[in-house]
Design a protein around this ligand. Sequence first.
Ligand code: PMP
Length: 337
Amino acid sequence: MWYKNILETIGNTPLVRLNKITRDVSATVLAKVETTNPGNSIKDRMAIKMIEDAERSGALKPGGTIIEGTSGNTGMGLAIAAVIKGYKCIFTTTDKQSKEKTDALRAFGAEVIVCPTNVDPEDPRSYYSVSSRLVRETPNAWKPNQYDNLSNSQAHYEQTGPEIWEQTEGRITHLVVGVGTGGTISGAGKYLKERNPGIQVWGIDTFGSVFKKYKETGIFDKDEIYPYITEGIGEDFLPQNVDFSVIDLFEKVTDKDAALTTREIARKEGIFAGNSAGAAVAGLLQLKDRLKPTDVVVIIFHDHGSRYMGKMYNDDWLRERGFLHDEKLTAKSILAK
Ligand code: PMP
């Protein structure tokens, strides 16, 4: 038995119980580990869905160029699909993203343009503006626009949600998800709530992002926006893929807690996951008193730790940001004395 190509291996990711990191949580906590997708992230699911919907609608034509502003994971999904389906890819990204991520995109033949992080989305230098200009200037170009393209959340409504429902045999009581474009939480959350309206859907947000305040007050507060380190989640605008009616609450996690918890997942559970998995676990730990022993929590682990080798998994990087205080004695530190 074999797959016709690598795209057929997307999805059907494992659900793995967390044992040590969640020691103080009374509920059963399960991680949906999305690292086994071909691009090592959950974003493969929506990338292929956006492409195939665009092929059907005629927006993406044979031999076309896919142009997107992406922090890496969506780019990987698009780049892999483009290799198989014969499209070109140009991605704009920000200088905040790990070099590992942009190098990986180039490995699949994509062109990557790195733009400054700390400019307004409307600024002509922003990665949104640069990708829009390239779309206008490139013949036969298509911009998936992962933020507002509802094929994104639809992919999770059709796949991620049903997988979680089946893998938990309908026992899931809480879904905990880091929110970026909002596709994962809105699509999977909508499906799960249709099966059982009692399921709680908790979004994990960053300090520096607008989601939590908007959910709680209905106010888009520009004062909530400032630079932060956590990758993949939080936004400075409201993407159409965020369906606030599906999300019961948002919890904010600090950059430090997200980074340190990401490392702890590897050390305590043997799962090499990305930064938003750390944020989601840290957020769940903040909310643990709301859970009871019969609850079954599913946390999404969006991507793989290899993309963060120069960041959360690098002691010097952590130290420079003041995130590493309680350093234990190691062979190296003893020899250095
Ligand atoms: N974590 C990581 C690592 C991501 O790349 C993304 C996508 N931006 C998310 C979480 C958030 O997922 P979504 O865009 O579906 O909200």
